[in-house]
Design a protein around this ligand. Sequence first.
Ligand SMILES: C[S@@+](CC[C@H](N)C(=O)[O-])C[C@H]1O[C@@H](n2cnc3c(N)ncnc32)[C@H](O)[C@@H]1O
Length: 168
Amino acid sequence: MEVGFHAGLSSYAFLEANPKALVTSFDLGFHECVGPAKELIDKTFPGRHQLVIGDSKTTLPEYRGNAPDVEFDLAFIDGGHRLEDARSDIESLARMCRPGATVIVDDILPDQFWGKGPSQAWDEKVREGVVVERARRSSEPSGDVFSAMWPRLGSYPLPRCWVIGTFV
Ligand SMILES: C[S@@+](CC[C@H](N)C(=O)[O-])C[C@H]1O[C@@H](n2cnc3c(N)ncnc32)[C@H](O)[C@@H]1O
């Protein structure tokens, strides 16, 4: 599962990497790319992707209420980047993933404005014993994807860092 579908790049990667994987994405759904991206995913990977539209602070608990037996194996959190969003996503998914499931949180960049929320939420949940950190990964700063999505940023190379852990 993932929070943050946007242009569907991560969903596409999961579905392409593992032909047996089923992916459920949660997204606010207000970006224009969401509709065409969903169409492409459904055409390319028929029957393997579900998209739940709305604020994940509401839709994740609702989903759990409607499907209490579903336990996700892997959660990729790349939705709202404010502290309350990232914190809520980790808390909800701790209840919706099987114990030992892998959780990846994108944008662990405490020095960048968009990375403060995910970084603080992650550190809190590690301290509380909700998750165990296994690894941090980063890639070379890149402007390619971002300049395509947000041309006003130009080719400013953005640092990338994410964390990989397991739910307790
Ligand atoms: C960085 S993009 C995700 C990129 C995506 N993983 C990809 O590979 O294309 C973040 C997405 O999270 C969504 N989002 C932001 N706040 C959210 C919230 N509270 N609930 C659900 N989705 C949210 C945004 O609308 C946006 O589409």
